[in-house]
Write a protein that binds this ligand. Sequence first.
Ligand code: PFF
Length: 429
Amino acid sequence: MAAAGSAVGLGNIWGFPTQAASNGGAVFLMVYLLMVFALAYPLLVAELTIGRYGNADPITSLRKVWPQQKALMGLVGLAGMIAVSLILSFYAIVAGWLLGYLLAPICEAAGLVSLAHWLETFGSGRNLVLMLIFMWLTVMVVRSGVADGIEKWSTRLMPVLLLLFVVMVIYILTQDGAWAGLRLYLVPDFSHLSPKLIVSAMGQAFFSLSLGVCTMMVYGSYLSKSANLPKTAAQVALLDTGVAFIAGMLILPAMFVAQHNGVVIYDESGALLASDTLVFSVLPTMFDTMGPVGMIVGILFFVLMIIAALTSSISMLEVPVSCAIEELNLKRHTAVWWIGGFICVISAVIVFNFDALFGRVVTMTTAYAQPIIGMIFALLVGWIWHRDKVLQEIRKGYPAVESSLFWRIWPWYVRIVCPVLMLLVFFVQ
Ligand code: PFF
């Protein structure tokens, strides 16, 4: 459940629907699903397996897999750490917007109208303050150690989140204009298929499953030896994809309802306007149309999403922190404050150069760094790590694995198919 908590977050409610709406809806959904099951799931098993085998921070785990190449493995771990820190630095900005949309109606109800307006209006000052608050929350949780708390939070969060989504989907589909959004989401128009769409869908799948940046390796190291790795990975992938799918059923129709009500969401060239923030401006508009219950639904929604974002941001910060604790012998407390502070500085640089940096950092990390580092993990498991050792590790929680369909396919799949598929995606560009 903690791994599911890492996977389910802004990627599902913000990243996926925004990308789907920008890339032709149903076609993006189809390619995304293909990427999740054909590429991301096998790599999730690989990353979790390396982590549980290593039973240590990612750098040590990678070195256990290839002991002859300690320096190279250190570099791979470092690349993952840099990528995940950059992801957290933009993630905290977006999560800060959620805080703003949660607090704004409360301030308004309390008569603090200008504060409410400030919280909802895009600006460097607001982005900075909210980002710092979110980072502070993340630091506070990671400081107290990850393993126990998160699982409880995630277990409680998921059913409520899913239920709330279902209720909101039913509501939005009763509104004028919603069906046009649903049609875009579910009826494919293949003229949208393009190399860019395929790369975006691959990046989104890696982002959503927290792959290629050592996060799942760290969480693998926290798994018990009796956990069935292929099954755990399948549960995480299914839950994450389920939440993304339902979020799409909500957000795309909500965008079209807003359009029906006079909000311009696409420009003349068909590109999504203000795409980074669109989800967060469309949803409050929807809550406003719900009458008195709208405020309660809105608050519940944003609280749940902030918790979901926190269970993801915690998993990101845990990567460099676990390395600093084990490799540099730092105390958890010291490591968390220094690394958290450093990420705040990077995040502040992005805040003050938003137009130039935000989109670039998102693309660089999710569409390139995550798949490329993920491919390195696949190559390690497929070519370097001895097959018997991989088998031994998986067998601990899945004694019958050797005779399973999974074992007949997966080893050569990560060895050949995953790297080839990924290279193809990059080459067709
Ligand atoms: N999977 C998270 C989401 O969908 O919001 C984002 C994420 C978490 C990416 C952890 C990378 C990571 F290491």
